[in-house]
Design a binder for this molecule. Structure first.
Ligand code: NOJ
Length: 537
């Protein structure tokens, strides 16, 4: 028997000593692919404003907006040229302010992306550094160095493939400098050992907090500082698997001072401003960034990278719990974002992948801690095989891995119009990434009319989660005990008493005693079918 507990939104919103993030569900909005209000084929801030009622109807606590700041858009906005302005492609600062106040009126908090590891070659400070020439103080804001013979200063590879260095002026005899870019050549890395860089970013952080933003998601937060002297490395980095990233370019001890400073800044503002880091490291290393005077959250990347494998989920669950005990902060769960392959596809594709993705969503929202959900995950969207000629991800051209397939625009309507309701203007251009045949079958409007849809399940899960957080079954700040049985039932026993079970083996599994308050698929003779998840209490 599944008992659904309906709680009006907002009535039970938990605020535990103001630590709202510990229990929050945040919805990641990738503005470029969310909703296109001006019909130029690219989503924009006004599109997000138009769709705020939808976001509010999900019951989430907040949104994280990926970069909309001024940028040439080589890495789809992660190459920011002006940190304190909105790119005309997405709108204006006035649009942002309106979005913020309207979101707040809906009870939705807003986080923006901060990208401190690197900037854009169009940032005026980089342009000035190039113009100022070798040996200038302007170049000290970045990593400029002379090469070794005809080659770059060291052997570091870019996360996107190829050397991490580009020659400033390949044909010049006077300027033989190279500059460092851990990502594309359009994204020069800042030199954080220069104090001016820290001051500059404190200004950027204050700019967004002053406008009323509720916090920042910090890109490549464990980057920033590089090993002194930039020695050669023997590790090949990749963006997907942070565990193999170049240790000389990541997780250097001085970086923690940056977050101590930012925490002090955040605490000068009204309570509840939050710092969440993209720290793509093992649980123990990542949790060090959430010590009480640093960030509030770091995404649980070791979890986000998992396939459908009970033993691996169990190990990661235990590691995260161990890290929580050691450093205090609860895990921050995520399974999808704009860089990762959609769970439906990652967990096997087709009907089976779709069932598992639903189960994973129920598990994610049941585990103790905050959760981040990527736009479209609530619709069970699969990864799209974007035609080769339409791929624009710089990681594809440099490294042969494309993240375009997770970034295809949201299908709002079933209509096979040009963009399934992504663009609301009558004479809209085609979307920046092509929408595949049949995309309309995942449309929001169809799922709203279907009580068994993934969207309906997601909304139900959020309502029940709120209820359980209030009545104590999901105690807000708590630990968990993990167990795995031989039939593939993975259980997370929350201290508050609720148990989250995922049937990851090839058979249905019995559920613990108590009421099943939510399940991703109907129980069969009281058993949880394979590829399903449930909360019992
Ligand atoms: C992580 C972002 O999520 C990704 O999209 C981007 O390419 C890299 N950081 C570089 O900024």
């Amino acid at each position: 028997m599944t008992r659904e507990i309906v709680t009006p939104r907002g009535e039970t919103s938990p605020e535990i000593d103001g630590r709202w993030w510990d229990t929050a569900v945040i919805y990641e909005v990738y503005p470029r692919s969310f909703a296109d209000a001006d019909g130029d084929g690219v989503g924009d801030l006004r599109g997000v404003i138009e769709r705020l009622p939808y976001i509010a109807s999900l019951g989430v606590d907040g949104i994280w907006l990926t970069p909309f700041q001024r940028s040439p858009g080589i890495d789809q906005g992660y190459d920011i040229s002006d940190y304190c302005d909105v790119d005309p492609l997405f709108g204006t600062l006035a649009d942002f302010d309106e979005l913020l106040s309207r979101a707040h009126a809906h009870g939705i908090r807003v986080l923006v992306d901060l990208v401190p590891n690197h900037t854009s070659i169009e940032n005026e400070l980089f342009v000035q550094a190039v113009a100022a020439g070798p040996g200038s103080s302007e170049r000290e804001l970045f990593h400029f160095a002379t090469g070794r013979g005809d080659g770059p200063p060291n052997n570091w590879l870019s996360v996107f493939g190829g050397s991490a260095w580009t020659r400033v002026a390949p044909d010049s005899l006077d300027d033989t400098d190279w500059y460092l870019h851990l990502f594309s050549p359009a994204q020069p890395d800042w030199n954080w050992r220069n104090e001016a860089v820290g001051d500059y970013f404190e200004g950027v952080l204050r700019f967004w907090l002053d406008r009323g933003t509720d916090g920042v998601r910090i890109d490549v937060a464990h980057g920033l500082y590089k090993a002194e002297g930039l020695p050669d490395s023997d590790v090949v980095p990749t963006v997907i698997d942070g565990l193999r990233s170049n240790p000389l370019a990541m997780d250097q001890e001085p970086v923690h001072e940056v977050y101590r400073r930012w925490r002090r800044v955040a605490e000068e503002y009204t309570p509840g401003r939050v710092l969440v880091g993209e720290v793509n490291l093992m649980p123990e290393r990542s949790a060090r960034y959430t010590r009480s005077d640093e960030m509030h959250q770091t995404f649980a990347f070791s979890f986000a990278r998992l396939g459908w494998n009970a033993a691996e989920w169990f190990d990661v669950g235990e590691q995260l719990e161990e890290a929580r005990r050691r450093y205090g902060a609860l895990p921050t769960w995520a399974l999808e974002n704009h860089d990762l392959v959609r769970t439906v596809t990652r967990f096997g594709g087709g009907e089976r992948g779709a069932r598992r993705a639903r189960a994973a969503l129920v598990a994610l929202l049941g585990y103790p801690g905050g959760a981040y959900v990527f736009q479209g995950q609530e619709l069970g969207l699969p990864e799209v095989d974007v035609p080769l000629t339409a791929r624009v991800d710089p990681m594809w051209s440099r490294g042969g891995v494309s993240r375009d397939g997770v970034r295809v625009p949201i299908p709002w309507r079933a209509d096979p119009d040009r963009s399934h309701g992504f663009a609301t203007a009558a004479d809209a251009s085609l979307p920046w990434l092509p929408v595949p045949e049949g995309w309309g079958r995942h449309a929001v409007e169809l799922q709203e009319a279907d009580t068994d849809s993934t969207l309906a399940l997601f909304r139900r899960a959020i309502r029940v989660r709120r209820r359980l957080l209030t009545d104590g079954a999901f105690a807000p700040v708590e630990g968990a005990r993990w167990s795995l049985s031989s039939d593939g039932a993975l259980s997370c026993h929350r201290e508050g008493g609720a148990i989250v079970t995922v049937a990851m083996g090839d058979t249905a599994v019995p559920l613990p005693k108590g009421d099943t308050v939510l399940s991703s698929a109907a129980l069969v003779d009281g058993m949880l079918p394979m590829d399903a998840a449930a909360w019992t209490y």
